[in-house]
Design a protein around this ligand. Structure first.
Ligand SMILES: Cc1cc2nc3c(=O)[nH]c(=O)nc-3n(C[C@H](O)[C@H](O)[C@H](O)COP(=O)(O)OP(=O)(O)OC[C@H]3O[C@@H](n4cnc5c(N)ncnc54)[C@H](O)[C@@H]3O)c2cc1C
Length: 264
């Protein structure tokens, strides 16, 4: 069994965001592995742990600038076996189709070690937040796709998920190979232990450029993007905030604030 888990390097949610040429400014200091991808890594590790030792391998895969290596390093600390970082100046400005093209080519390159059975993604990247990547990736790989899994099981060459909809719980099965996106309800992501953090330091990260995975640069990047960012500007600061300083009556004041606005 070979699993690839996709992890994206995103700006920390707590940091102040800014834009460069219409896209989010990305710097090493405030970047981190997309929090929702921790559930994807956990799902992959749980499947690995259900197999006998040595019968399941997990690869973490990221596409991004030089700093994005931070995402796969975090995945190594969590316990994945291999880390792959695809980075190439020509990828900058890629839309979801360009990103999926690169990820799919990287999965095909990983398959030179043996067939990939399962690709697990997060439910959304907390910067782009389209949730379109998993579908685009399944299409590029011609794999079945199961999205928004709150529960994932792999048995007898098939993946079965449970998806919570507003009025129903769906159980859906697909034959492997498949792309599955998991939600934050799928599991409780583990913390990297000290031993794994130390072990991760000596684990290598494979870095590929587009030429290593056979992607023609004209298929990706800003020029190939089917979507154009027309404008991106910071949201105006909120001017209707009220800060309540608690001097013993804070709870009452907060309740009065909410009742006054019909919020409770
Ligand atoms: C015109 C245009 C220009 C853009 N330019 C840039 C740019 O210069 N730099 C840039 O970083 N983004 C850029 N973007 C955004 C980029 O295309 C998206 O971030 C990307 O396609 C993934 O979409 P998403 O973030 O909405 O992911 P979602 O679909 O919300 O993500 C779902 C899951 O897919 C996986 N995933 C998503 N992206 C990656 C990745 N890169 N590596 C590994 N796993 C991933 C994760 O597991 C994630 O949880 C641009 C977008 C447009 C439309």
């Amino acid at each position: 069994m070979r699993i690839v888990v996709t992890v994206k390097f995103v700006p920390d949610l707590q940091s102040t965001r800014s834009f460069t040429d219409g896209t989010v400014t990305r710097t090493a200091d405030d970047g981190t592995m997309n929090e929702l991808d921790e559930n994807a890594v956990e799902a992959a590790l749980l499947i690995k742990e259900s197999f006998p030792e040595g019968e399941c391998e997990v690869y973490a895969l990221t596409v991004g600038g030089p700093d994005a290596v931070g995402a796969v390093r975090k995945a190594l600390q969590l316990g994945v076996d291999h880390a792959v970082h695809v980075s190439d100046a020509a990828i900058a400005g890629s839309d979801v189709f360009g990103t999926a093209t690169v990820l799919a080519a990287a999965v095909r390159e990983i398959e030179k070690d043996g067939a990939v059975d399962l690709v697990i993604t997060g439910m959304a990247a907390l910067d782009g937040l389209t949730s379109m990547l998993p579908t685009a990736l399944a299409s590029a790989l011609d794999f079945a796709q199961l999205t928004l899994a709150s529960h994932l099981e792999v048995t007898d060459g098939a993946a079965t998920i449970v998806r919570h909809l507003p009025d129903a719980h769906e159980t859906v099965t697909a034959q492997l190979p498949a792309v599955v996106s998991v939600t934050d309800e799928a599991n409780k992501a583990r913390y990297p232990g000290f031993k794994l953090i130390m072990a991760a330091r000596s684990k290598p990260v494979t870095t590929w450029a587009l030429s290593d995975i056979g992607v023609d640069p004209v298929r990706v990047g800003a020029m190939a993007a089917r979507a154009t960012v027309v404008e991106a500007s910071p949201r105006a600061p909120r001017d209707n905030r009220e800060i309540i300083t608690d001097k013993g009556e804070g709870g009452k004041q907060l309740a009065a604030f909410l009742i006054e606005r019909g919020l409770v």
